[in-house]
Write a protein that binds this ligand. Sequence first.
Ligand SMILES: [Zn+2]
Length: 148
Amino acid sequence: MSQFKVTKQIDFCYGHRLLNYDGKCKHLHGHNGLIEIEVASDSLDSRGMVVDFGDVKDVVKGWVDEHMDHKMILCKDDPILGLLTDIHEPVYVMDENPTAENIAMHIHRQALKAGLDILETRLWETPSSFAAYSSISGSAGGAGVDRE
Ligand SMILES: [Zn+2]
């Protein structure tokens, strides 16, 4: 079976640290992240498109700019959270450990919630490491990521 696929890339900057992890990523640090949003379809719309790249950008970049860009992405259990919020530093709080896998999942779910019928969200944490979250049941999860 043939299928069309398009991918939109979106850049953002974020900080994080991982709990219960014995490595460099247990300390506060930042990344220049690259998001890839993949949309697939068996057929094209009347314009000859799977989806308008601009629509993907508007939805995903809009949400990421507001909620994650230039913010510390932290687990709700991270003890530094109270300190940062006390001094009004911008944070994005998640129930899970803020790994590339979980950040990709949050972005993916927001895009779905906004009505984008996306197949997969990849988060490149470094130029050589990405994690992916996919809508297809059974394939959700990520590629291996070197923590840096
Ligand atoms: Zn990191």
